[in-house]
Design a protein around this ligand. Sequence first.
Ligand code: 13P
Length: 254
Amino acid sequence: MKPIIVANWKMQFTSEKTLETTKKLLELFKEEKIDPQKIEIIICPSFAALPQAAQLLKNKGIKLGAQDCFWEEKGAFTGEASPSDLKEMGADYVILGHSERRENLAETDEMIHKKIKAALLAKLIPILCVGETFDERQKGVKDYKIINQVTKALEGTEIKPGEQIIVAYEPVWVIGSGQAVAPEEAHYTAKVIEQRIIDLIGFSLTKEASSFIYGGSVDEKNIKDFVTGEISGALVGSASLDPDQFVKLIKSIL
Ligand code: 13P
């Protein structure tokens, strides 16, 4: 399986800066001979920049992702974006349940569950984010929290042949801190998540249709320790904002 590297640009760039950064990245990928056949690179800009970013990325082998979607396709839902609209704009992936949305917008596991179903229906690949807060970790409930998030997001979701789902373990307390968790911890957690998914959808479907990535202060120095074995890739925030740094990060696992 190809490694998966997701750049989550959050709300860090204006549309103009998104285009400038995307152009620079494409130049660097060419210069450094980064072959999209060997690695799945997914760029997730803000909603506003998606159509223009899609134009730039067309036929370049680099994929586009959105940072969220709504759970309905159409209707009186002011301010929301429908999964098929995102697909039509050129997105193939959608990040769901990011801790910043769970925290700032009070997104619940039930909402995330509905979004996953809607995303799959629109042929978007969901990137489900799960992870514990520092407080939950101190209380010793980390695994319980993650198993619960995975269960509530996926229980009752039918994964049809050809559909994919990516689960990202992002410990909330290390996001943006510059200090990732120990790689052993991330690998152990990937196993915990995998076991829960096997219980929910069965062994062969889990192996066929799901992958696990790690996110939280990933950079060009530590990525190699994460992206190996049961962890297929990384969800990168800060280290994806600077094209030179992001390309170094990608090169260090090729
Ligand atoms: P950082 O890489 O800045 O820690 O962000 C991780 C993240 O939240 C990606 O979704």
